[in-house]
Design a protein around this ligand. Structure first.
Ligand code: 5RP
Length: 294
């Protein structure tokens, strides 16, 4: 019998008890970290709301020129003032984003197989070492992890090496939950995957939203930010962000639902109102409609 056959089903998430933060520090699970690590996390997560809007534009590292990101130099800089963090790969940052940008950088430091492969999970590695990340002034390192796929062990090994190198220099790591083509986007899967990444040392976990999300956030001892996924109508994307924040997410790391919106700047601001200012999805959508270029 496999050990997991006898495991009791987890069900008591103590949703009425707030997670420990300690010393008034707003970032979940960071209370025992040292000053430099906390300072970098405090640049990512707004000290008042405790949340973050990260703009993901790393799609090209496996997908090539995604719709909306054909020209990073044209699309991303105007959005930067409307978000907290820029998330990209070093070649994209170096060639297309002015170094005068004030946003902290979450640097994708893992490489993965391209979308030309059916199974992308089994071939990733380190694209940028810690010296390269420091040269890029990264406040966070990010890598994709393939739980339940052929490349699981390889990607967890990579995550561990990145966490070790980040810990050595006070730079937090964001573990990104990848969902393979055959993987169901269920509460059960995200409970498992997010917890595995946190217990393996990720300081922040990026996941997708799912039903039962309040259990996923409660059981994950570090902040979860949600990916947006494929482009949705703007009102639906804001609804997803609203639900995620209401159910314990500490922000979004959103790409296509911002840069593929009819007005990306207005959408970035509308997402920010949900994430930081307690706006409902309906109120944020009203803002989007009023603000979007007519
Ligand atoms: C996948 C990622 C991407 O950055 C992310 O999924 C893109 O964001 P979106 O899904 O919102 O376009 O981390 O590994």
């Amino acid at each position: 019998m496999a050990d997991s056959d006898g495991a009791r089903v987890a069900k008591d998430y103590h949703l009425d008890i707030a997670p420990p933060t300690g010393d008034g520090f707003a970032v979940k699970g960071a209370q025992h970290l040292e000053w430099g690590m906390k300072n970098r996390l405090a640049r990512m997560f707004d000290p008042v709301s405790g949340n973050t809007v990260m703009l993901a534009f790393d799609h090209g590292y496996i997908m090539g020129p995604t719709s909306g990101l054909e020209r990073l130099d044209v699309v991303i800089p105007p959005l930067a003032p409307h978000v907290n963090v820029l998330m990209g790969a070093r070649g994209a940052l170096r060639s297309c984003i002015p170094p005068t940008v004030q946003n902290p950088i979450c640097l994708r430091v893992g490489y993965d197989k391209s979308v030309l492969f059916d199974d992308m999970s089994d071939g990733g590695g380190l694209a940028c070492d810690i010296a390269g990340a420091i040269r890029m002034n990264a406040v966070c390192l990010a890598a994709q992890t393939f739980i339940g796929a052929a490349g699981e062990a390889n990607s967890l090994g990579l995550l561990a090496r990145i966490v070790d190198s980040g810990n050595a220099y006070g730079i937090p790591t964001m573990g990104v939950v990848a969902v393979g083509k055959d993987m169901a986007r269920t509460e059960k899967f995200f409970l498992l995957a997010t917890r595995i990444l946190a217990e393996n040392g990720a300081n922040v976990v990026k996941s997708y939203y799912c039903d039962g999300f309040e259990h996923v956030t409660a059981a994950c001892p570090v902040p979860i930010v949600i990916a947006g996924g494929k482009k949705l109508p703007e009102a639906d994307a804001l609804q997803m962000a609203y639900r995620a924040i209401s159910e314990g997410a500490h922000g979004v790391d959103m790409g296509r639902n911002i840069f593929q919106a009819a007005d990306p700047g207005a959408m970035a601001q509308a997402v920010g109102l949900v994430v930081h200012s307690g706006y409902t999805a309906a109120a944020a959508y009203e803002f989007y409609q009023d603000t979007a270029a007519k």
